[in-house]
Each structure stands twice: as C-alpha cells, then as structure tokens.
Design a binder for this molecule. Sequence first.
Ligand code: NAD
Ligand code: AKB
Length: 318
Amino acid sequence: MRKILVTGALGQIGFELIPALCQIHGPEMVIISDLRTLPATFKHEGHYEHLDCTKLHQLQEVVRRHDVETIYHLAALLSAVAEEKPQIAWKVNMGSLLNVLEVARQHDCSVFFPSSIGAFGPSTPKNAAPQDTVQRPTSMYGVTKVAGEMLCDYYHGRFTTDTRGLRLPGLISHSAPPGGGTTDYAVEIFHHAVRYGCYSCFLKPDTRLDMMYMPDATRAMIELMDADGDRLKHRNAFNVASLNFTPDELAEEIRRHISDFQITYEVDPVRQAIADSWPRSLDDSAAREEWGWVPKYDLGSMVRDMIEHITKNVQLAR
Ligand code: NAD
Ligand code: AKB
C-alpha cells in the first residue's frame, strides 16, 4: 500500500496530525519528516526521515523509497517569522511547495496545502470574507499563501495533480508550541494563565480573528483529503471557520475557570499590523456544501479542554 508523507511534521500541526493519521492508517503507513532532528521527547509512532523540502532530490528520494501516495505539506515559515525574514520565507514557502508539486506530478501523489486567513489582505471584506473574493495580502506570509494557492490550482488544472487546501485560521493546541505566528497569543495565554495567573498580550484587546481548536483542524485536513474529488468545485483553498473572538473575550472565558486571571497588553506593532490586515471572520459555506465541513468545538468547550490538559501537564511536571 502507498504511504502518507508529512513534511514539517515536528511543528504545531504535525504534532497532532501525525497521531490522527497513525490511528486511521496505522503507524507503518505514515512517514514523519522535518528539517529538525527528531527530539528524544517525540513519542509518536511512524517512520522518521530528516528532510529539507527545499532540496528537490531529498524529497524525490523519500517519496520514491517509501512509495508515497499523499503528501501533507506543512513545512513553512509562519507570519511573524516570515515578516522578519521575507527573502528566506519566499525561498522556504514557495521553493518547498514547488518541489512538493513537482514530485507529486512525477509520482502521482495527492497534495494537501495549508493556506491561511493570511492569504487575505486589507481590501478583502472584513466580515464573513467570501470563498471567492479579493486576495491582496500585505505580508510576505500572505503573498506566499496566495501564490501557493494559485500554484496548487495550476498543477491541478495543467497536470491533473490532486491538490487540495484549507485557509486555516489561528490554531490552538495544548500539546505543541506555536511556530511564530500572529495568532500565537491564543495558545500562550493558556500556559501563562495556568502557570502564573496572568498574561501580557501582544495584540490589542479588541483584535477579532477566526481561530480553531487543533482537533477540528486536523479532522478538517483529513476529511478534505478523503472527500470525493468530483464534488469539489473549489480546491485551493477552502475557507474554514469555527471559533471567533478577541483577546478580551478569550480572557473572559478563561476567567470562568481561573477567576483571578489577569490580562495586560503590550502591543507588538508588526504582529498588530498583520492581524489588522486580515479579515475578522470568514464565510465557510463552500466547505460545508462541497465536503460536509462541520466544526465540533465552540469557545467554551475549547477553553475547558485546553485548561484541563495544560493543568494536568503542569501537575505531572512538578
Ligand atoms: P510550525 O512553524 O509549528 O512548523 C513548521 C515545521 O516546518 C517546523 O517543524 C520546521 O522545522 C519545519 N520546516 C521549516 N522549513 C523546512 C524545510 N525547508 N524542510 C522541512 N521542514 C521545514 O508550523 P505549523 O503551525 O505546524 O504550520 C504548518 C503549516 O500550516 C504552515 O504552512 C502554516 O503556514 C500553516 N498554517 C498554520 C496555522 C497555525 O495557526 N498553526 C494557521 C494557518 C496555516
Ligand atoms: C499565523 O499567525 O501566522 C498563523 C496563521 C493564521 O496562518 N497562525
């Protein structure tokens, strides 16, 4: 049987996508790969390959040797890091995607591409941004995401490569740290709330953005890749939404569990400018119609689950 390759698998998404894929397909079917070496603390099953996806020959060799059928291409620099190193971000985000698409074309693989709310810009409608709308992002991250969406659609149209993608919002998980994005506050806040009872937030209190709990996000990726291709009118990439809040509203929900939690604000102008350029919310009706997307977590159930898991981890570490 042909296998599944996950690139950039040691990051925030890979940490939860790998166990989900191993549970469905069996660990022997999942190839974990990253530029980083496998940390001793990494406990997941699945075969590990040290792989720099900007190197075409490395990617070709791994895909050929493991007879890969599906590639979840997670390797990329996130928005805040990409804005610090725009030239490197272009090289990593676009260079690795072009390599993945080329190898997919040669070996008849399907490709999952994680686009982002960052693929939109200030001229996109701010509320309920439609599936098909203006995409003129002003961050390097956004430029690579919108170009990535188009490149994936090009490979599908030109070579019939099965490419599919999601415009993911800020993702929240308790098991892995975020990788340098504008929405990282929504993960950091929980660790600080449980450990210290306070958090200094780098976005303004009323910065409204879409967010999603990681179990919903990994399920969305797997469900999209399993969907009947004939039903898909869109491919790269589908708006998906579930949670929508400001830092102030998230802090209020955390106070239901940690009543004396305090939030203060020390705004980072770079990340604030990126957040202000993104839509406040997305319309995900195309995903719901074309492949049956339905989120399971709301703000209350996400916050409860995050606090339970982080509290347990903190107690175990003591
Ligand atoms: P992350 O930063 O946590 O992890 C990315 C991983 O890619 C890291 O482990 C890094 O070592 C690896 N990597 C970097 N360059 C590489 C290279 N040349 N070859 C191989 N591996 C390399 O990112 P994440 O949060 O897991 O996000 C994964 C993907 O999902 C990215 O494309 C990101 O833009 C997208 N996305 C993430 C979010 C989010 O909130 N986490 C939201 C929208 C989209
Ligand atoms: C980031 O903030 O860069 C990511 C994203 C929304 O793409 N979390």
